[in-house]
Design a protein around this ligand. Structure first.
Ligand code: GLN
Length: 487
C-alpha cells in the first residue's frame, strides 16, 4: 500500500514506474475512508481535485519529469486548516470563518506545488491554533491513533494523527509554542519547527506573529529534511523571512555524530515529568552517547518564566491579529441593527471559549496601566530566555530534552483546567520565544498503555542541519519510527 511508504520510498517507486501517483493518492483516500470516521483527522477533502493533481503528476512523469528537479512529484501531502490553499476551505478550526475559501495559495503551498506535491485535505486543529489537544476545534475531536480514548496533542493534532495513521505521506502544521512538536511526540512521528524566519508565513493565518512558524510532520527525519528544503527560504511577501540560502538538508544525513556536543538542561528533567518519559529520554541520551556524541549538563536558568511570558506575548498578539474577524470581511456574520452590535454578536457566536479567553487576556495585558507590568516585562523575559539559549549554544551543538512532560492524556482530562493544559507546553515554548529551531522524534513508548514518547532536539538559529543530522543518526540506530498503531 503506497500510503504506508515514506516519501523517499514512494518517490523511488514512482521513478521506477512501480506505482503511479494516482495509485498513491487513491490508497490514501481508501485509508481515510476506512479509518478517519473514528480518528477524525480531516475536516474536509476535495477528492476530485486530489485525483486530478495525481493524474497531472503521472502525466508529467510520462513526459520525463523527475524527482531531481521536482523532489515531491506525485507525493500526497495534507495541510492544517490554518494554511491557505487556493479555492479550498480555510476555517482555522473555527466557526467564525463560516464558508470562507482561500482566494490564494500560501507561499509554502506554492513551493510544494512547484516541487510536484499533491496538496490535499484540511486537517483538524485547535481553534486558531490555541491549544495542546485539538479539543478546542469547533468541529470535532481528533483521536490519537494509538488509543481512541486519548488526545492526539495539539494544536496540529489532525496533522500528526493523519501522518501516523498513514492517511498521507506527510503533513504540514504550524508551531507557535509547540504545536508541531508536541502532537508529533504524542502520536509518534517526526515534527520540525524551523528557526523563526526560515519558512515564509505568507498565507498562514496569524495567531502570534512573532512566534508562528510552519513546518513538516513526517514519518522519518529524512522526509522532514526534504520537506524543509522545499518550503524554506526568503519570501518578499514575508518581511521576517530570512534571506539566507536553504541548504540541502538531506545531503549530510550520514549517521555521523561523533564529536558533537549535546546539552541536557538540568531545569528540564525535574518534577511533573512522567517516569516513563524520563526513562525513555535518558535511554535516548545514552544511545546518542554510544553513537559518539558527548553529553554535558547545561543550565537554562529562565525556564521557569517561559510559560508566563509566552501566555502574555502570545495572547497580546492574538488579541490584535484576531480583531480582523469582525463579521464584515470574512465568513460568519450575525446581523444586527448597528455595526458595534454586529461585531459583538458575530464574535460572540463565532469564537469558542479558549479563543475568547485569550483575546480577553491579551487585551488586558496590553491595556494602559498594565502594559508595562505585563507585556513589556514579558518581552524582557523573552530576551533573557533567548540569551539563555545563545549562551548554551556557545558550549554545545544542540540541546536534548523531552518534548512533552507526559504521553497522550485522555480526551476531556484537562479540558476544564486551562492552566494544566498550558503546563503541557513547558518544554516546547521556549524555542518559539527564542526563535530557535527544534524537532521531535519518536524515542520509545510508555508501557500499559503503549503510547509514543518524543525526544526533542533544539538547535541554534538556522541550525536545522545539525539537529536533523543528530535526529537521523538516532533514528537509524533505533526502530521506534517503524512501529505502527494497530488501526
Ligand atoms: N499549546 C500552545 C498554545 O496553546 C501552543 C500552540 C501552538 O503552538 N500553536 O498556545
Amino acid at each position: 500500500m503506497p500510503n504506508r511508504l515514506t516519501i523517499s520510498e514512494l518517490t523511488a517507486k514512482l521513478g521506477q514506474r512501480e506505482v503511479s501517483a494516482r495509485e498513491a493518492m487513491e490508497s490514501c483516500l481508501r485509508r481515510i475512508h476506512r479509518t478517519d470516521r473514528t480518528i477524525k483527522a480531516f475536516l474536509s477533502i476535495d477528492e476530485n481535485d486530489s485525483v486530478a493533481q495525481a493524474d497531472a503528476a503521472d502525466e508529467a512523469l510520462r513526459h520525463g519529469a523527475n524527482h531531481q528537479e521536482q523532489p515531491l512529484l506525485g507525493v500526497p501531502v495534507a495541510v492544517k486548516d490554518v494554511i491557505a490553499v487556493r479555492n479550498q476551505p480555510l476555517n482555522c478550526g473555527s466557526k467564525v470563518l463560516g464558508h470562507f475559501r482561500s482566494p490564494y495559495d500560501a507561499t509554502v503551498i506554492e513551493k510544494l506545488r512547484t516541487a510536484g506535491a499533491i496538496v490535499f485535505g484540511r486537517l483538524n486543529m485547535d481553534e486558531f491554533a490555541m491549544g495542546s489537544s485539538t479539543e478546542n476545534s469547533a468541529f470535532q475531536v481528533t483521536q490519537n491513533p494509538w488509543d481512541p480514548s486519548r488526545i492526539p496533542g495539539g494544536s496540529s493534532g489532525g496533522s500528526a494523527a493523519a501522518v501516523v495513521a498513514d492517511d498521507c505521506l506527510a503533513a504540514f502544521g504550524s508551531d507557535t509554542g509547540g504545536s508541531i512538536r508536541q502532537p508529533a511526540a504524542l502520536c509518534g512521528c517526526v515534527g520540525l519547527k524551523p528557526t523563526y524566519g526560515r519558512v515564509s508565513r505568507y498565507g498562514l493565518v496569524a495567531y502570534a506573529s512573532s512566534l508562528d512558524q510552519i513546518g513538516p510532520l513526517a514519518k522519518t527525519v529524512r522526509d522532514a529534511a526534504l520537506l524543509l528544503r522545499v518550503i524554506g527560504g526568503h519570501d518578499r511577501r514575508d518581511s521576517t523571512s530570512i534571506p539566507e540560502p536553504v541548504p540541502d538538508y538531506t545531503a549530510r544525513l550520514d549517521g555521523q555524530i561523533k564529536g558533537l556536543k549535546l546539552g541536557l538542561p538540568k531545569e528540564y528533567m525535574v518534577g511533573g515529568l512522567d517516569p516513563g518519559v524520563s526513562q525513555a529520554v535518558r535511554a535516548a541520551v545514552e544511545q546518542l552517547q554510544k553513537l559518539g556524541a558527548e553529553v554535558v549538563e547545561i543550565s537554562l536558568p529562565h525556564t521557569d518564566y517561559a510559560i508566563a511570558a509566552y501566555y502574555i506575548i502570545a495572547t497580546a498578539e492574538a488579541s490584535a491579529n484576531l480583531a480582523r474577524f469582525d463579521g464584515i470581511r470574512y465568513g460568519l456574520r450575525v446581523d444586527a441593527n448597528d455595526p458595534i452590535e454586529l461585531y459583538c454578536r458575530t464574535r460572540g457566536a463565532g469564537f469558542g471559549t479558549e479563543v475568547k479567553r485569550r483575546i480577553i487576556l491579551g487585551t488586558y495585558v496590553l491595556s494602559s496601566g498594565y502594559y508595562d507590568a505585563y507585556y513589556l516585562r514579558a518581552q524582557k523575559v523573552r530576551t533573557l530566555i533567548r540569551q539563555d539559549f545563545l549562551n548554551a549554544f556557545e558550549k554545545v551543538d544542540a540541546i536534548v530534552t523531552p518534548t512533552s512532560p507526559t504521553a497522550a492524556f485522555k480526551i476531556g482530562e484537562k479540558s476544564d483546567d486551562p492552566l494544566q493544559m498550558y503546563l503541557m507546553d513547558i518544554f516546547t515554548i521556549s524555542a518559539n520565544l527564542a526563535g530557535i529551531c527544534g524537532l521531535s522524534l519518536p524515542c520509545g513508548f510508555t508501557k500499559n498503555p503503549k503510547l509514543p514518547i518524543g525526544l526533542q532536539l533544539l538547535g541554534k538559529p538556522l541550525g536545522e542541519e545539525t539537529i536533523l543530522r543528530i535526529a537521523h543518526a538516532y533514528e537509524q540506530s533505533t526502530s521506534w519510527h517503524k512501529e505502527k498503531p494497530g488501526l
